[in-house]
Design a protein around this ligand. Sequence first.
Ligand code: ATP
Length: 369
Amino acid sequence: MAEVSVRKLIKRFGQFEVVHGIDFDVTDGEFMVLVGPSGCGKSTTLRMIAGLETVSDGEISINGELVNDVPPRDRDIAMVFQDYALYPHMSVKQNLGFGLKMRDMPRAKIEEAVQRTADILQIRELLDRKPKQLSGGQRQRVAIGRAIAREPQLFLFDEPLSNLDAKLRVEMRTQIKRLHIAFNATSIYVTHDQTEAMTLADRIVVLRGGVIEQVGTPDQLYNHPVNRFVAGFIGSPTMNFIDAELAESAGEASIVFNDGQTLPLTAAQRQSYASHKGQKVLFGVRPEHLTNVFTAENRGGAGLVPIEIPVEIVEPLGADTLVFSKLGGSEIVSRVAGSADLRPGTRIPVHVDMSRTHLFDPETGVRLT
Ligand code: ATP
């Protein structure tokens, strides 16, 4: 087991700085996900932790030991890559046992570890095959197996599911989660897919342009995004953003959209936004909080504001339906009951769960509290 600490970490490729001095800690047994758009520096950060890239400045420690200059093979790390990186000329069995053989483990012990790993990943019947005789999902299973067999103190995953089709991706995601629950091994996982991040992570580091935007649990990122970027990146479909003003309407502190439509604030919001009165704001509401569905959470709750929205495009998903329309002059998406009979051109009554809405500074994107 391992703790990882990253301090003021910088990476330059020549003159070009791509990681700008980031700090985060991964605690023992934690599943930490690094997420962010393409090019934000997440793979580079992971590769520095693995020792596959040099550190330009700053420190990486594993279990309190500075590892900046420790070669990869001495870091007791196993890494799972997007392209599997299996040895093509070796059987699955040889691939699984290779890392152990390199560590001079006795043959009988290797055999035992390989069989145990094959059982865990249900790939026993594939042991004599070569990688080219496997499907993508089976190859990824072997790649994960190779990492597990070594029982490293730290697992690193670099977009391991990107090459799999949607259904397999979900299956493997569950499998990885199951393995983490079983072994509780410290893991750092890189992905650009926010759903993967939300479903797998104990905590998430959101990166953009080589800097950290927020570190938090999935719940913290979903409910209290610190800025517009995190709010828009986490959640699917993405949060709706509408230009508005914090103003008095009929004697009540309200959100007033550019088209004049108003939504009264809750008592708690009136208090926390008191210092922003009269200010222009960016109003954020997730599709699932702009709905006709009453949940155990929101039923009868204060702050449910009824409104009507025009139906423009309908996307039935089965369990629920996405409705694309306009609110306050902006394009929005709402998530309504799946059985609703909706026709473009009609209007539908929904409610805004005000207690789940967010306000951001329209200039800086920073959350108003
Ligand atoms: P993706 O999801 O596309 O893999 P990422 O967040 O993992 O993106 P990185 O691969 O870490 O991003 O790359 C961060 C930046 O560093 C990018 O601008 C990339 O072009 C640059 N970069 C990465 N490797 C090198 C390299 N060896 N030489 C020069 N620039 C590099």
